[in-house]
Design a protein around this ligand. Structure first.
Ligand SMILES: CC(C)(COP(=O)(O)OP(=O)(O)OC[C@H]1O[C@@H](n2cnc3c(N)ncnc32)[C@H](O)[C@@H]1OP(=O)(O)O)[C@@H](O)C(=O)NCCC(=O)NCCS
Length: 202
């Protein structure tokens, strides 16, 4: 039996209110070592109640719009939400910095992220008419850097990245995906899907 996630098992969809509990739990779980690894200062994370209120407002406001403008996307694996993609520094018609969290450690390393990154980028390019999507990936984050390598996204250099929730700016590898690169990335998923088809000899 293969442990690899299949392309069609992984979807991205607008974040829903029913995803809130797991989202808040991830950011407030004292045992969540991923937050330390990302350089997050837990004292700066919004308290659970405030986080819940803010996200509820964002989702409800979005529901009133004719077309979704949500920048938080849930990663669904076999129908269940297992994490999120988010954007910071969003400039419509310009660029944004993309982030990823697969919440449960046991679901990491199955290939979910590699698929969800591409599917999320497709939504973001379209939804916000982006010219480029940037990644400021902590240099020490082997998994997140490996995904860019697997997707053939070239490193553009190193940088530092700061967010209000970080202890200090983190040293990052910078990656930029231009809109014109999306068909190539979708092609990787198409090739993977073909490989995963029952009876495929590859
Ligand atoms: C980063 C993250 C989103 C990736 O999602 P994922 O579903 O685990 O990613 P994938 O399984 O598609 O790919 C991960 C790759 O990195 C590798 N990897 C994961 N952790 C690794 C580590 N500590 N050292 C080396 N390689 C690692 C995996 O083996 C896999 O490569 P492979 O397919 O060649 O084996 C997820 O691991 C996560 O949420 N981590 C915690 C939060 C985080 O770090 N977010 C990123 C912020 S920049």
């Amino acid at each position: 039996m293969t442990r690899a996630a299949s392309v069609d098992d992984v979807e991205v969809r607008d974040f829903r209110l029913c995803d809130l509990d797991a989202y808040v739990a991830y950011w407030h779980d004292p045992a969540n070592a991923a937050l330390e690894a990302l350089g997050v200062d837990r004292a700066k994370v919004y308290p659970a109640r405030k986080m819940r209120e803010m996200l509820t407002m964002v989702v409800e406001r979005n529901e009133a719009l004719e077309t979704s403008q949500l920048s938080i996307l849930s990663i669904a694996y076999r129908g269940a939400t297992v994490g999120v993609h988010e954007l910071t520094g969003l400039e419509r018609n310009g660029s944004a910095v993309m982030h990823a969290h697969v919440w449960a450690t046991e679901l990491r390393g199955l290939g979910i992220g590699m698929i969800s990154y591409v599917k999320a980028m497709q939504v973001y390019f379209e939804r916000f008419s982006l010219r480029e999507i940037r990644f400021e990936t902590p240099t020490v984050n082997a998994g997140a850097n490996r995904i860019k390598e697997k997707l053939g996204i070239a490193r553009r250099g190193t940088g530092t990245f700061d967010l209000p929730i970080l202890k200090a700016p983190v040293v990052t590898d910078t990656y930029v995906v231009e809109r014109a690169d999306l068909p190539r990335l979708l092609g990787i998923l198409a090739a993977l899907r073909a490989e995963q088809r029952p009876g495929s000899s590859t």
